[in-house]
Design a binder for this molecule. Structure first.
Ligand code: SAH
Length: 394
């Protein structure tokens, strides 16, 4: 194994089991290390620290072991088995009411750079590192062995997630079996149709499952607005929860078509739903005041990197101010940020300033985060990217 030597003093984060080595921490490296290659990381005195995949990016090594190991088939199979075992322990595996879940959550499952989402027999792999991508055939074999008859197909959807690595950009492709054009799933008994190849991310925002359930529990006889609705996840729960009406807004025409399709799966209550293919920032200016009892605000990441954090903060503040201004007094606001650069504390401060500027009394009903199948590695707090708050607004 070729070696990467860390600068003196920079080994601390690895001794605390943080799974990333940043390029600035490297003192020297062996010649000829290739993109995605497995490397050993040592301190300045040649003591072993960890093993990981090397990449020419700001995160130079993604660590997968802090003890010397042979990263062979058995090693990776065991890691994936552990990810499966965790989903079994939280009753998501083979669950009849919920047939989609995240099976592998990157660093959170000790598999940095690998996401695997399960859609009722169809597995979607998303590689975030070239090192993991190079092992795709082996992963196909492992998943086939572990999932057996349940598995209908494996699809690789990494064309956008690997595009900023120096390696070539792969195209999305079927790796195993046959993919149905429409994959039908249930989430807490609520039906959805997933378009895996064309949809955003791996097809659905699985991380919002628990929050959708909470929203659904507070919608009886209420007027609900779902902003940035994508394929209508929150809207479906609101309709199931007995909402008087539900309005869904997304800028993507395709997402709105899918929203309408998903609501029609609910039968009669879909008459209470209306969708709008519109820019939320225009929609919210024009909508009536004091009309909606519940508003969901789940925008795309406004601050993808630290460099644009200030701009992101402004975006979240503005949209939340508007939502607070327009919501009926005594209404509920469910608001989210999926920006990694915005911490939980940052987000609470943003909501604090929006409330102060709008002169609103706000009770925090609950702090929200991603669903249970998106575990966070205790040594890798960056894994907690989704922050949300349920607020009672007077
Ligand atoms: N709440 C959704 C996920 C939202 S993802 C769910 O539960 O599935 C963010 C969505 O915001 C995407 O669907 C994207 O198309 C949409 N979007 C991005 N910018 C927008 C804008 N300015 N106005 C409306 N929708 C927007």
């Amino acid at each position: 194994m070729k070696k990467i030597v860390i600068q003196k003093g920079k080994e601390k984060s690895l001794q605390r089991f943080h799974p990333w080595v940043f390029s600035g921490a490297i003192a020297r490296k062996d010649k000829g290390i290739e993109e995605g290659e497995v490397v050993e990381v040592c301190d300045a005195y040649d003591n072993f620290l960890a093993i990981g995949h090397y990449h020419t990016s700001s995160i130079s090594v993604r660590i997968f072991s802090f003890v010397p190991v042979e990263p062979n088939f058995a090693f990776w199979k065991q890691r994936i088995q552990q990810a499966v075992d965790y989903r079994k322990s939280i009753y998501l595996f083979d669950n009849k009411e919920t047939t989609l879940f995240r099976l592998v959550n990157g660093e959170g499952d000790g598999l940095p750079g690998l996401i695997a989402d399960w859609y009722n027999g169809h597995l979607v792999l998303q590689f975030h590192s070239y090192g993991m991508y190079l092992m795709r055939d082996m992963f196909v074999q492992i998943f086939r062995e572990l999932l057996g008859e349940r598995l209908c197909s494996i699809y690789n959807k990494s064309a956008t997630t690997l595009s900023d690595s120096n390696a070539f950009v792969p195209s999305n492709e079927l790796l195993f079996g046959e993919l149905d054009e429409e994959v039908r799933v249930l989430e807490n008994g609520v039906p959805f149709i997933i378009d895996i190849p064309q949809g955003q991310k791996t097809g659905f925002f699985i991380d919002q499952r628990d929050n959708r359930k909470m929203v659904g529990d507070f919608c009886q006889d209420k007027k609900v607005l779902n902003l940035f609705c994508y394929t209508g996840g929150f809207s479906a729960y609101a309709l199931r929860g007995g909402a008087e009406l539900v309005h869904s807004v997304d800028i993507s025409k395709r997402a709105i078509e899918q929203t309408d399709e998903n609501m029609s799966l609910l039968g009669d209550v879909s008459k209470r739903h209306k969708s709008f293919a519109a820019n939320v920032f225009d929609f919210i200016e024009e909508m009536p005041d004091n009309y909606y009892d519940v508003i969901v605000v789940d925008p795309p990441a406004f601050a993808k990197h630290h460099k644009v954090k200030e701009q992101g903060i402004k975006g979240y503040r503005n949209i939340n101010r508007k939502a607070m201004e327009k919501l009926k007094s005594g209404g509920l606001l469910f608001t989210f940020s999926c920006s990694q650069a915005i911490s939980k504390e940052d987000f609470q401060t943003i909501i604090f300033s929006a409330a102060a500027l709008e002169h609103k009394n706000i009770r925090i009903v609950r702090s929200l985060q991603h669903a249970l199948d998106h575990p966070v590695n205790i040594f890798h707090p960056e894994g907690s990217y989704l922050k949300g708050m349920a607020l009672y607004v007077e």
